[in-house]
Ligand binder design. Sequence first.
Ligand code: GTP
Length: 740
Amino acid sequence: MRLPLLRSTSAVTTCEVFRVASLFFYIILLAHLTMTGSLSLALSSASRLALGLLLPLSLLSLFRFLRPGAIASRQWLNLFEMGVVMLAVSLLVLDRSLPLIGLPWLIAVAGVFMLPLESGTALAAACTIVLLSMILGSKLNMSLSEWLPHVYATLFVGLLARLLDRTLKQNAQALEQAKLDQRRFDAIARATRHVIMIVDARFQIMYVNPAIQEITGYTEDEMRNLTIKDVNHPDDVTGRREKLRYLRDNPGSSIFSRHRTRHKNGNWVWVEARGYNLLQDPAIKGLVFSVEDISERMAYEVKLEHQAMHDPLTGLPNRRHVLKRLGIAIDAHQENGARLAVLVCNLDFFKSLNDIHGHDFGDRCLLELTRRIVAELPSSDFIARFGGNEFVVLTDADLAEAKIKAETLLAAVSQQFVVDDVIVKIQASVGIAFVNSTHKTPSALLRDADAAMYQAKERGRNRVEIFDAALQHLHTRRAQLDVALRFSMERNELSLHYQPKVSLEDGSIKGFELLLRWHHPEHGEIAPQEFIPIAEASGVIVPIGLWVLEMACLQVRSWSALQDTVAPTIAVNVSMRQLLQSSFLQDVAAILERTGAAPSSIELELTETSAMANPLQTVETLLLLKQMGFRLALDDFGTGYSSLAYLQKLPLDVLKIDKAFINGLCSNSGDAEIVRLILALAHTLKLETVAEGVETEEQATQLLRMGCHLAQGYAFSRSLSADEAEQLLRTEAVATFEAC
Ligand SMILES: Nc1nc2c(ncn2[C@@H]2O[C@H](COP(=O)(O)OP(=O)(O)OP(=O)(O)O)[C@@H](O)[C@H]2O)c(=O)[nH]1
C-alpha cells in the first residue's frame, strides 16, 4: 500500500507538514545518533534520559503519521513535545552526543516544532531556544562568534516556520472558500430550471448543468459530445449562426435569441437564450449561455396570436389579420411589383334575415356560407371574415381571374340551403380592387374595394363591380360631398322646393311633395339622387330629415291659417336610417309639439326598398307613426320587391307609382299593364294612388282613365318655392293644366 505523505484532496495544513516534518526529525535524529555511535552501551545517564524521552516521542510521531487525526493537535501538547525534545537535545549536546554547531539540532527544533504553535507561543518558544543555545554555548565554552550565527539561524528558521504556517492557513481558507463557492454553484446549477452552458470558440459544449436533460432529454455527457449548432432547428440556422458569430467575435458582447432546439425524442423545443462572451476571462474561457424553456409560453402566445387574428365564429382570419396581410402585400408590391386582388364580399340584406329568424340562425347561415366559400376557392387564396356580414378574399389573381373568383363567390353564396327547416337564399355584392403604387396603406386598398362593393350594392346588389378610374373619380367626389354635406345645414346650403300634387279630376291642389335641394358654392347644384345616398350612408340624413320635417310642419301650420283654402298635405321623404333611430319617434313628437302642426297634414313617404329592408322594425315604427296621426305613403312603388303579404301589414294610406312606369305608359304596353296592376292592388288595399313624374297631358288623361286620382310632374307644375306654392294655393289654379 502506498502511503501518501500529504493528503492531496484538500489544502496542505500546518499540522500535516508538522506531522511529516516531526517524523523526519525523529528518524534523522535517531539515525544520526546510531550512525555516529552515540548509542553505545556506555551511555551516560543524561544520554539515557534523553533517549528515554526521544524514543516514546518518536513512536508518538510515527503513530501520528500513520493515523492522521487520531491525536488531536493541541497547543499545550505541541509545546510540551517541543520542550521535551529541547530537553533531550540539550542533554545530548551537553553529553556531546550531538554537536551544538555544525549539526544545528536546535535550529531544526525551531523549524519543526514551532510550526503548529500560535504566534505568541511561537515567539516565546523561539526566545527559549535562543536562550537555551546561549546557555549551551556558555556551558560548552564556545565563543560568541561561534554560537551567535547559530542564534540568527534559529530565529530565521523559526520565522520561516511561522510564515509557512500563515501561508498554509491562508491557502486552506482560500481553498475552503473555493470549495464552498463550488458547492453553492453546483447546488444552484442543479436546482435551476435554466440551462447554463459554457461552450468554446468552436461552440463545442464544455460545461452544461443537469437542467439540460429536463429540457432536451440529453444527459450532460451526451451534450458534451455536441456543438450547439448540432441541435438548432433548420429554419433558425441562418439567423442563429450570425448571432453566434457576432458573439464569438466580439469580446464582452452579449446576444439574445429565441429559437428551437432539438429534443432527444426528435421534437423541437422553443427556448430563449442569452449568451455572453467570456472568452477573455481566464476562469471561463468560453461563451456562457443561459437557456430557458419557453415552449409553454410560446404555445400560449401562439394561441393568443391565433385568437387575436381569427374570428371566433367561423375560425377564419379576421379584420386584424387581413390588415396585416395587406400590409405585407403592399410592401411586396412596392418592392417587386407583386400582384394582389382584394375581393370584398358583403351579404345583401343580411339584417332582414337576422331580424326575421334571429341572430343564432344568422350565425348558422354564416357558418354554412364560410364552409362553401372555403370549399369553392383554392386554398392558396386568403379568405377572411372582415366584419359582420362581410368576407374578404386576397388573391394574386389578374383582372380576368379575379372576376371569375368573384362570380364563384356569388354562386357559392347564392345557392339556397336549409337551416332549421327554413330554406335560405342569400345573395352578396362583391367589389374588387387591385393593389397599385398609390396604395400606401391597407386601408387605402380596402377603401377602393369597398367603394366597388358599394357600387355593386347601388347597382342592384348580387353583382360584381371593379374599382376603376371612373369609380375612383366617383369615389373621390363622393368623399368630398360627404365632408361638405356635414356642413351644409349650418352654411344654409340646403333649400326646400314644393312639387304640387294635383287631382286628375279637377286639377285642384291636393298637396305638395317637399323636395330637398343642395346648392354647394363650389360644386353648384347637386342632384338629390347623388347626395341623398351619401347622406344616408354617413347618417347626416338623420338631422337633415328632421329639419325637413320641421320645415314641413311649420309650413303646414302657416297654411292652415290661410283663408278660403283647403289645407294641403305636405309629403316628406323619410329615410330608413331615420326610422332605425331609436329616438326618431320622440324627435318627431317634439317637432309636432314645437310647431303645433296637425300630423294629418303631413304625409311621410318611405321608399319601397328601404321599407322592405327591415320589415319587422319598419312595421312597428310605422304603426306608431300612424297612431300619432301621420299619413303614410310608399314611394317609388313597383321598383322594389314588396311581398304582397307584407305590404298588407304596412299601415299605408298612399301608393306612389314610380316615374319609370309613367314614362312608358302611353308607349309601352308592359308599363301600362304594370300601372293597371298597381292601381288594382291599391284599390284592393283601399289605398290612394299618386302617379309620379307625369310630364304630358296624354299620360294624365290615360291615368285618370285607368282610375288614378292624383298625380305630380311637369305636366302640372315645376317644383316651386314656398311663396310660389302659397300663391298657387291662393289662386287655386294650375297654369299649365286644364282639367281632363
Ligand atoms: N347573425 C349574425 N349577424 C351579424 C353578425 N355580425 C353582424 N351581423 C348583422 O349583419 C347585419 C348587417 O347589416 P347591414 O350592414 O345593415 O347590411 P344588410 O342588411 O346586409 O344590407 P346591405 O348590406 O345594404 O345589403 C346586421 O344586422 C348585423 O347585426 C354576426 O356575427 N352574426
